[in-house]
Ligand binder design. Sequence first.
Ligand code: FDA
Length: 306
Amino acid sequence: MSFSRKVVLTLSENKLIKSFITKHGMKLGASRFVPGETLEEAIEAVKKLNAEGLVATLDHLGEFVNTREEALASTEEILKIFDGIRSSGIKSGVSVKLTSIGLDIDKEFCFENMDRITAKAKETGCFVRIDMEDSPRIDATIEIHNRLLEKYGKEHIGLVIQSYLYRSEEDVIELGKKGVSLRIVKGAYKEPASVAYPDKTDVDRNFVKLCQIHLKNGCYTAIATHDENIINEMKAWIRENNIPDNLFEFQMLYGVRNGLQRRLVSEGYKVRVYTPFGKDWYGFFTRRIAERPANALFVLKNLFKQ
Ligand code: FDA
């Protein structure tokens, strides 16, 4: 992990910084990455994306909740997204972080909440993907996913794998045996060198390798990166290996590399935009700043404009 990234992720844990950014963050630029705090605002944003040929995945922001009340409230908010998708007719799936629905409280309680969410996805003909969080939570996340996969099928539930982890290649191979739909990402959390490649070139190389393994195994792969070199490499590899269009899509975050997103659509690729909404945007926003020092400059510029 780069020094600047480690510094931003460490600073983001500071209570004073958190309270300042939470108070002023939307004005400081969080709205570039989070189109709104309500489902209605998020649906409006997705309608605009759809009009430009992009599809979406909606994420009700929230993570690391530690009371049952908060986890149940978060589950209810996520359930409402499926009704919103159905009634508005937007083209979107849903993404969920298990710590927002109780993973840190009790695994079985979290499973029950995710079971309700996946049942709702199936009932509404929708798809839900479980985001991957930091490394101590991976085994539990995979276990919950696999139980729900058996119950609801890969058309309705999928998972995320992070290329910065040494273990991921084995995970991709195992999940491939079950035909799981995977989103491959580089990984956004602060991880020690004992579990994750410290060198970015290894993370990048592993990203391409994991995507290729999963596609070669005939499994649906969401190639989730803003890295244009990797996207070009994957496009060429997909052509050379005759990978069918219905086996993959590109995914990017709302507000990041907008031009590239639209260019891929104009070339005929499927592109899904991860569109988060809600009041609890702090962790998501600070990870976006950590990924790119220029985003911190963007926040500072907005601060001086106030
Ligand atoms: P990289 O960081 O190498 O950046 C390549 C280029 O992309 C940069 O040079 C810049 O041009 C652009 N870029 C990247 N990040 C940017 C930013 N924040 N702002 C502006 N430009 C930026 N992680 C995780 O641990 N669990 C998860 O479940 C998910 N889910 C997820 C879904 C989707 C759809 C995406 C795109 C990403 C995630 N991530 C994630 C985050 C992921 O792990 C990773 O941190 C970011 O995607 C940044 O890495 P890149 O692959 O974009 O490349």
